[in-house]
Design a protein around this ligand. Structure first.
Ligand code: PEP
Length: 255
């Protein structure tokens, strides 16, 4: 069985001092939680401080994005080795806000995934359809394209280590989560494609987590679904007690 994976994406919230205060409290709350991989993704500016505050705890730190080159004249960009040295162990790639607001494509996702692995960062790759695409019954086609192009060239071993976040765009930050049945259907489809395109073993190891308006009161039902191995949590991860609830409830649902 896959260990439940719960990640909090803080987006553009929290200063360095906010982040340190949160992590100090959170690590105390989760110190006895076993059997869940717990990750927090602060903004770039707070990664180092958050990683220091989380040192020797069961909380890992992620970046929310990265660039694929190691270094160079790329004003405003941050590379995977820089994140690694700052204390990040994970990186979110291809979040729908990056895709819709900042022009991210499956091709850029693909380059970033390769660079993350090369630097020893564990990527969390985001995929998911818009409302229009769902209403036109294109969900599976969109997911197929995002998987095929975004994960192109990754090895079976890398697929086995990958975390894929299925985040229907219409459910992100809207308060409208996918129903457990919708999540299970999409996750089942993704797992099937991974089996077909990368083989049964990596497909079995790969974590498929759900994202989109996850809260303490819906996490249990979502992670009880087959093939839903955890959650990527945005807004509800900003509150330390609420996120702790999400972690403990996902643990209970998984046992
Ligand atoms: C996210 O940012 O990945 C997300 C799922 O946001 P929210 O939980 O706020 O919908």
């Amino acid at each position: 069985m896959r260990t439940p994976f719960i990640a909090g994406n803080w987006k553009m919230y929290k200063t360095v001092s906010d982040a340190v205060k949160y992590v100090k409290e959170f690590r105390g709350l989760v110190k006895d939680v076993e059997g869940v991989e717990i990750v927090l993704a602060p903004p770039f500016t707070a990664i180092h401080a958050a990683a220091e505050a989380a040192r020797n705890s069961n909380v890992g730190i992620a970046a929310q994005d990265m660039f694929w080159e190691r270094e160079g004249a790329f004003t405003g960009q941050v590379s995977a080795p820089m994140l690694q040295e700052a204390g990040a162990r994970y990186v979110i790639i291809g979040h729908s806000e990056r895709r819709t607001l900042f022009g991210e494509t499956d091709a850029t996702v693909n380059r970033k995934l390769a660079a993350a692995y090369a630097a020893g960062l564990a990527p969390i790759a985001c995929i998911g359809e818009t409302l229009d695409q769902r209403e036109r019954s294109e969900t599976f086609d969109v997911l197929d394209r995002q998987i095929k192009q975004g994960l192109d060239g990754l090895t079976a071993e890398q697929i086995g280590q990958l975390v894929i976040a299925y985040e229907p765009v219409w459910a992100i930050g809207t308060g409208r989560n996918a129903t457990p049945a919708q999540a299970a259907e999409a996750h089942g489809h993704i797992r099937k494609r991974l089996q077909q395109w990368f083989g049964p073993e990596p497909a079995e190891l790969c974590h498929l987590i759900y994202g989109g308006s996850v809260k303490p009161d819906n996490i249990r039902e979502l992670v009880s679904q087959p093939d839903v191995d955890g959650a990527l949590v945005g807004g509800a991860s900003l509150d330390v007690r609420g996120f702790f609830e999400i972690v403990t409830r996902s643990r209970e649902a998984a046992v």
